[in-house]
Design a binder for this molecule. Sequence first.
Ligand code: MLC
Ligand code: AMP
Length: 508
Amino acid sequence: MTENPYAGNTLAAGLRAASLGREDALFAEAEGRPDMTYGALWQGAERMAAALRAHGVVPGDRVAMQAEKSLEAVQLYLGVLIAGAAFLPLNTAYTPEEIGFFLSDAEPRVFVHDPAAADALAPKAAGATLLTLAADGTGTLAEAAAAEAPGAEASPRGPDDLACILYTSGTTGRSKGAMLTHGNLLSNALVLKDAWRFTAEDRLIHALPIFHAHGLYVALNVTLVAGGALIFMPKFDAKAVLAAMPRATAMMGVPTFYTRLLAEPGLTREAAAPMRLFVSGSAPLLAETHAEWTARTGHAILERYGMTETSMNTSNPYEGERRPGAVGPALPGIEVRVTDAEGRVLPAGEVGGLEVRGPNVFKGYWRMPEKTAEEFRDGGWFVTGDLATISEDGYVTIVGRAKDLVISGGYNVYPKEVESLIDEIDGVLESALIGLPHPDFGEAVTAVVVPRPGAALDEATVLRALEDRLARYKQPKRVFFVDALPRNTMGKVQKNVLRETYAGTYAA
Ligand code: MLC
Ligand code: AMP
């Protein structure tokens, strides 16, 4: 047997194992460039690790990245692991103002960004060394890596060591860095590979971004631990996905992928026939989308449920009933329960707060021990903030959210963050941000604003004020003005009343 070159580095060794001795096997095809083999993937990752070390990266450091999706960005992720550092990917939609916060909070040794954004990002560096990586794989980081030889040794990293930090916004409006360990990510990738029957024969359509849990931990890590291949796309494009299906076996996507594909006349039973699996997650998949997909393609979408903090918790079964509207039973080795406000476990069928426990659950929020403690109960149960029921036969159904959160096209938007910025606008007294049903994004971010008496405010003024401050997907699609927000007797804004009032805003 070939010896694993990364033995002692939990996640790197785990991701490498299935491709050992298969250096010529395909890792990825991507339009406009030669196929990438597993040998080339890992050699590139080793060069990245050497380049990062040459820039001072040592085990325990953070390496942040805001770069367009590319195979070199994948090699950077793996190179960071080999170097023993923690990978901190950032949404390409974040503005320089948003990036400034993440860099000052996480204090990465190196920040890799798109060359086009150099001028805007330079003032935000917060002490990090800045390197560049463009969508075509060029840039100062690529040059530094090319100058290094492959063969970098992997720094030892145990299951409890940090592998990634992914920021998720919070109810207070301040983003929190979720710390995922080598053990968290490897255990989840292995569980999902088995649950979804991934093998070296698989060809996964990868059209998700690689800066969030879905595209990174699920789609990428599962393919790596199976030794399968990716059909690697820069972003989701329904026609490109349809064109790839004859060569593919599986796809993972957010519900918007599925509704957009359903709008394509080319989506037929024949088109989907070569595929064995369609997985959906990150946001609720409507039961009607599930039914429509089955009718059109003959495939029942497999819906699963997860979070940045936990990776995947539950999944409908590969064999057995894929229940529309439900997210399936807990994955092997993971426990779920539903509790009331006092933390008492509720019987089957009753609605309560969903809690999870298992090797997948993160280590805590970066430099926020109190916040971390608040979200765990005794015994290591993590409070997800989702409201759910668990049926007699163990299927979890997400029925709502205890946390004030909007999910638009699979991206989370925490109202507080946007409300705080709207409230700073001249002439605004207060505001409320809500999610309304939207045919494409599932929910659309919508603002309801109370102007100060006599202020001349309009929708365009509010939107312009947010333009450079917030990622595009967090910006309201519509702004409504009211004289006062509806409040309950406790003085709390009744967002449910606002959601009812404006429910039809985006009706198809
Ligand atoms: C883009 N826009 C969005 C948006 N994405 N607005 C709201 N919500 C979104 N999600 C903006 C664009 O900036 C543009 O604005 C306008 O909407 C139309 O753009 P588009 O071309 O239609 O969008 P597109 O680029 O095609 O992107 C849509 C999408 C993308 C759904 C393909 O958002 C996407 O890939 N989402 C996946 C998110 C994801 O990976 N989530 C996983 C998180 S992990 P304008 O005004 O400039 O025209 C997680 C854990 C788990 O949740 O369980 O998986
Ligand atoms: P994130 O913080 O981006 O990781 O988003 C996690 C949140 O997305 C969860 O807490 C849920 O609210 C939601 N989510 C993920 N998958 C599903 C799903 N299949 N159904 C409903 N909600 C989901």
